[in-house]
Design a protein around this ligand. Structure first.
Ligand code: SF4
Length: 441
């Protein structure tokens, strides 16, 4: 999925000296998908035969933008699309290219998004790297990552192979590639629901992929789920949750299906051929998920994200705290750490031709404040009231907001602890409404 909107160090806009984040993040958009899922409005293409040229184009963009980040990179994220449609040799080539252009000495986490079927049927392309600079190398690439990878049970150095080549063609191909975290698009463990979504995998593929990955030494595994699907019931949702927990992931993301205009799902819903779950059922599904994951030891650290202690996504956190990040590839967003956001036009063909079109916007005080509220309140950590006050446009003060905050506290939708406001369990169910009440439009 494309990178999301950043949170901005708002005090800088008011002329106060807010320290810049000491680290930054890199997102690489891999826009290839083997087929289109009916609900998806992310930018992707089925032209995966363009993968070799695409890798070269990404490296070109790295060259153009290597001075964008002024601080060491803490996290790298391969998102899509389906990054596992790119062969391991290309993932390795991109990491090598990053390591020679950016300061990766503080890198703690490298995530690869993947689909289960890519670990089983081996249909991903493995073209030979076309340039000497992209050729496989036996020299250690990311020695500084070793301690972090070891912490998560993942070997990070080529000299300490992390995977068994015999376990899975893809996993074997990743041997020596410094991926420390793998995020698998599962969505459901009910075959009929997966078919309805036009996913290419079934529940058996998910189980097999997870076991292959475990055998290959991947122990920092995130599984994505979706609820509110047409035909899904509370019972089938509970089944999916239980089955996912049996796979013992370290992290679970769960998203409420949204019907986006322009998708096939939208057309089918408009025609009355499919009906997503109603709001009440979705709330019950979210509550069931929270209860079951809490009992299994997971912490809900963001509205859609749950982790065992120590396994929250460092990269996602970059979007919720003020961290500059560079997004590479068509459709990817970047953020300068102050008040400028930019993004590449979502056009793979133009990108491959070297016609990268970048657009940008300067965020106003009001935009910055609204983002601070929207992103901060999505996290379990919430927002510090001093930070909120700093973020307010100059024409406003906390006194203006106090009655709204008091009302939300009184209605048990917000809680106040150590001068931080955050959503209560009831507030989580009404997060959009609560956030809207605190925003200025
Ligand atoms: S695999 Fe499906 S959901 Fe994921 S980006 Fe491709 S089309 Fe979208």
């Amino acid at each position: 999925m494309p990178s999301r909107l950043p949170l901005v160090p708002v005090a800088a806009v008011h002329g106060r000296s807010l320290p810049r984040s000491p680290v930054s993040a890199i997102y690489l958009h891999i826009p290839f998908c083997a087929s289109r899922c009916i609900y998806c409005d992310f930018y992707s293409t089925t032209l995966r035969n363009k993968a070799p040229q695409y890798v070269e184009a990404l490296i070109r963009e790295m060259d153009e933008r290597k001075s964008f980040l002024r601080t060491p990179v803490r996290t790298i994220y391969f998102g899509g699309g389906t990054p596992s449609q790119l062969g391991p040799a290309h993932i390795a080539a991109l990491l090598r290219a990053l390591s020679s252009r950016f300061d990766l000495s503080h890198c703690e986490e490298i995530t690869l998004e993947a689909n289960p079927e890519d670990f089983i049927d081996g249909t991903w392309p493995l073209p030979s790297p076309s340039q000497p600079s992209m050729a496989a190398s036996s020299s250690p690439l990311f020695a500084p990552f070793v301690p972090v990878a070891a912490k998560f049970g993942c070997q990070a150095s080529p000299s300490q192979p992390s995977m068994s080549a015999s376990s899975s063609p893809y996993a074997g191909g990743l041997e020596g590639v410094s991926i420390t975290r793998l995020s698998l698009g599962v969505q459901s463990l009910v075959d009929s629901e997966l078919r309805l979504l036009h996913r290419r995998h079934n529940a058996a593929h998910v189980r097999q992929a997870v076991h292959l990955l475990r055998d290959a030494g991947i122990t920092n595994l995130s599984l994505d789920l979706m609820y509110g699907l047409p035909t899904q019931t509370l019972e089938s949702w509970e089944y999916s949750i239980d089955e996912v927990l049996k796979l013992r992931p370290q992290h679970i993301s769960a998203y409420n299906l949204s019907v986006e205009p322009g998708t096939r799902l939208h057309t089918l819903v408009q025609k009355g051929e499919l009906t997503p779950c109603d709001d009440e059922t979705c709330l019950q599904m979210a509550a069931l998920l929270r209860t079951k994951l809490k009992a299994a030891g997971f912490e809900q650290y963001e509205i859609s994200n749950y982790a065992l202690p120590g396994f929250h996504s460092r990269h996602n956190s970059s979007y919720w705290v003020p961290t500059p990040y560079l997004g590479l590839g068509p459709g990817a967003h970047s953020y300068d750490g102050h008040n400028r956001r930019s993004w590449n036009a979502p056009d793979v063909e133009a990108y491959l031709r070297g016609d990268r079109v970048e657009e940008s916007e300067t965020l106003t005080d009001l935009d910055l404040y609204n983002e601070r509220v929207m992103l901060g309140l999505r996290t379990a950590h919430g927002i510090d009231l001093h930070d909120l006050e700093s973020a307010l446009p100059q024409s406003c003060s906390l006194i203006t907001l106090r009655p709204t905050i008091d009302s939300l506290l009184h209605r048990n939708l917000l809680q106040l602890r150590h001068n931080r406001i955050s959503l209560t369990t009831s507030g989580l169910s009404l997060a959009d409404e609560v956030i809207r009440e605190l925003m200025f439009v």
